[in-house]
Design a protein around this ligand. Structure first.
Ligand code: ZN
Length: 245
């Protein structure tokens, strides 16, 4: 038997090295490494909510937002790897991505791969494509991204969680300013706004649809960016999704 730290270290190394290399470095057998990488077998065998017909809620809606924002699923021989790239400057969001993964897949082994400025939160599972049927070859903006009806139903029930995932990955809350002449005097006004930037037109459209669900006014501010800049819209979004931290 191997202890938890050994297992965690081996899994983190597996993200970047071959099985043989990790086995050599850690002394863990290749068979055990294969099992761990596939997410089993000593983990509680978490049933896939899609295959078992279980209900999915806010955690899924949030993870779907993170996936559409900065997530990626890649295929390995025995499993799929879900990776969500997070800005290292927002440790709470990194924790949140991990929590959402654990809630969607109880018993998941989640690990973090660090690169300069980025923390990639990663988990392996055979069933990721059941949960994210948008998975496909190539990059997300190079293929159509359409939510399935069951996903829309979940987002309609949990729009705040979904928007939180989207805006906390590909969004930012920036301060903006403008000047106005009031009674002959030039005055500076500061105001915050939320922006969501994604190269996929389909994902931007899904973002706008979700904003409509919660009556937040938006506009397309450049070809890749959706802005929420009305005072009421920003306040509503702040209340629904919280600030990035
Ligand atoms: Zn499944």
């Amino acid at each position: 038997m191997y202890d938890e730290p050994t297992r965690d270290r081996a899994l983190a190394l597996l993200a970047q090295h071959t099985l043989s290399e990790v086995s050599r470095r850690t002394g863990v057998s290749r068979a055990a490494l294969r099992d761990w990488r596939a997410g089993g077998p000593s983990r509680s065998p978490a049933a896939c909510p899609r295959c078992s017909g279980a209900t999915l809620g806010a955690s899924y809606a949030e993870l779907l937002g993170f996936y559409l924002g900065d997530g990626h699923i890649s295929r390995a021989p025995r499993y799929f790897a879900l990776r969500v790239s997070c800005d290292a400057a927002y440790p709470s969001i990194i924790d949140e991505v991990e929590t959402a993964i654990r809630e969607v897949r109880p018993g998941a082994r989640v690990f973090r791969v660090r690169a300069p400025g980025v923390v990639v939160v990663q988990a392996h599972w055979k069933h990721w494509p059941c949960l994210f049927p948008q998975h496909g070859p190539g990059r997300k903006h190079e293929r159509p991204i359409v939510l399935e009806d069951w996903q829309r139903t979940i987002v309609e029930a949990q729009p705040a969680a979904f928007l939180r995932g989207l805006f906390h990955s590909d969004g930012c809350r920036a301060r903006n300013w403008t000047t106005r002449v009031v009674a002959g005097e030039k005055k500076r006004y500061d105001y915050p706004r939320w922006q969501f930037t994604n190269v996929s037109a389909d994902i931007r459209e899904i973002c706008c649809w979700a904003l409509d669900l919660v009556d937040v006014a938006w506009r397309q501010s450049n070809h890749q960016t959706i802005s929420v800049s009305t005072r009421a819209g920003v306040a509503r979004l702040d209340e629904l999704i919280g600030l990035k931290s």
